[in-house]
Design a protein around this ligand. Structure first.
Ligand SMILES: Nc1nc2c(ncn2[C@@H]2O[C@H](COP(=O)(O)OP(=O)(O)O)[C@@H](O)[C@H]2O)c(=O)[nH]1
Ligand SMILES: [Mg+2]
Length: 308
C-alpha cells in the first residue's frame, strides 16, 4: 500500500516522503495510522517557538538562528506558520524569501498557511512537529505571528518560547497587554540598530523584574539583519533548555496533555454535532430569549441523559 511505502521511505530519511506525510497530517488523512507508526520515534526534539508582531524580524531571526544552531551541532528544522492567511499567500512567501541562509544550509523549512482539516492550527502544528521529531530533527523552530489566541496556542506547544519585539513597538507595557509576557521564556529586542533600544530594554527589564515566576526571561538585543546578537540568543535558549530538561518528563506530559485535550475537544464536538441538531437548538433558545449558557446547559443535559 502506498502509505506503508511512504512510511518506510520516511524511516529511511527521504525528505520527500516527510513532506508528503506532513501534507497527509495537515489534511487529516490517515493521521491515526501514521501516528501509530511513527510516534515511538518522537520525544527527542526540542521545540522553540518564535513569536511577536508582524514585521518584528522573526523570519530574519529564525533564518540566522537555524544556521547558528546547525553550527552548534544540532539538526534544526523550521515550521513557519501564518494562521492569519487562509491561503498560501504573501506572508508565507515572505518568510521563505527571508530564509535564504537556512536554505543555503539545507535546513528543512515547512510553511503552514491554512489550518487544513486537522482540528485547529495549533493541533496541526503540534502534529507536524511530532513528524519532524520522528524524522530525526532535534531542534524545531516554530515561527508564528503573535497577535491572537490561536498563535498563543501554537507557541504553547513549544518548550522554549522566544518573544520578539522591536523598539518601535511603542512602550513595553503595551506589549505586555498583548499577553506575550505570560508566555515568554526569552525576550528578543530586534532591530537594535534603531533608535530607542536602550530605553525599551530598560522598560522591559523593569516589567520582568516584577514577575513572580521562577524563570526570569533574559532580554537579548539583536540586529537580525546583520546576524548580531544571535550567539547570545543561542546561549539564552540553551540555558532555558537546560532549566527545562531538568524536568522534561513533566514538560512532555503537559504537552501530550494539551494534544490529547485538543483531539478530544474536536472529537466530542463532532460527536455532538452528529447526534444533536445544534443549529435548531440555538435557534429555539434564541426565540425563547435564553442565554448561550442556558442553551449549552440544556444541550449538556440532553447529552448526559442520552448517555453520551
Ligand atoms: N533595521 C533592521 N531591519 C530588520 C532587522 N531584522 C529584520 N529587519 C527587516 O524587517 C523586515 C521584516 O522582517 P521579517 O523577518 O520578515 O519579519 P517578521 O514578519 O517578524 O517575520 C524586513 O524588511 C527585514 O529585512 C534588523 O535587525 N534591523
Ligand atoms: Mg515572518
Amino acid at each position: 500500500m502506498e502509505l506503508e511505502d511512504l512510511i518506510r521511505r520516511f524511516r529511511e530519511g527521504d525528505v520527500r516522503a516527510l513532506a508528503r506525510l506532513i501534507t497527509y497530517i495537515e489534511n487529516d488523512w490517515y493521521t491515526d495510522k501514521i501516528f501509530r507508526e511513527i510516534y515511538r520515534f518522537t520525544g527527542k526534539a526540542y521545540r522553540v517557538g518564535i513569536t511577536g508582531p508582524p514585521g518584528a524580524g522573526k523570519s530574519t531571526l529564525v533564518d540566522r538562528l537555524s544556521v547558528a544552531l546547525k553550527e552548534a551541532g544540532f539538526k534544526p528544522a523550521i515550521i513557519a506558520v501564518d494562521p492569519s492567511s487562509p491561503f498560501t499567500g504573501g506572508a508565507v512567501l515572505g518568510d521563505r524569501l527571508r530564509m535564504t541562509k537556512a536554505m543555503e544550509n539545507g535546513i528543512y523549512i515547512r510553511s503552514m498557511a491554512s489550518r487544513g482539516s486537522l482540528g485547529g492550527i495549533a493541533e496541526s502544528t503540534g502534529a507536524v512537529a511530532d513528524l519532524l521529531d520522528a524524522f530525526g530533527y532535534d531542534m524545531i523552530l516554530i515561527e508564528t505571528v503573535g497577535v491572537g489566541q490561536s498563535e498563543v496556542d501554537i507557541v504553547r506547544t513549544a518548550d522554549t518560547v522566544v518573544v520578539v519585539l522591536v523598539p518601535e513597538s511603542g512602550d513595553a507595557v503595551q506589549a505586555m497587554k498583548a499577553g506575550l509576557m505570560e508566555i515568554a521564556h526569552v525576550f528578543v529586542v530586534n532591530k537594535a540598530d534603531r533608535e530607542g533600544v536602550d530605553r525599551f530594554v530598560r522598560e522591559l527589564e523593569a516589567i520582568i523584574s516584577l514577575s513572580p515566576q521562577d524563570w526570569r526571561p533574559p532580554v537579548i538585543k539583536t540586529v537580525a539583519l546583520r546576524g548580531e546578537g544571535i550567539g547570545d540568543l543561542v546561549n539564552a535558549i540553551l540555558k532555558h533548555r537546560e532549566y527545562r530538561l531538568s524536568h522534561m518528563d513533566e514538560v512532555r506530559r503537559r504537552r501530550v496533555m494539551d494534544q490529547v485535550e485538543n483531539i478530544l475537544t474536536r472529537r466530542f464536538l463532532r460527536a455532538i454535532h452528529e447526534r444533536h441538531d445544534l443549529k435548531e437548538k440555538v435557534q429555539r433558545g434564541l426565540e425563547q430569549e435564553r442565554t448561550p449558557y442556558d442553551i449549552a446547559d440544556e444541550i449538556e443535559r440532553d447529552i448526559l441523559r442520552s448517555g453520551g
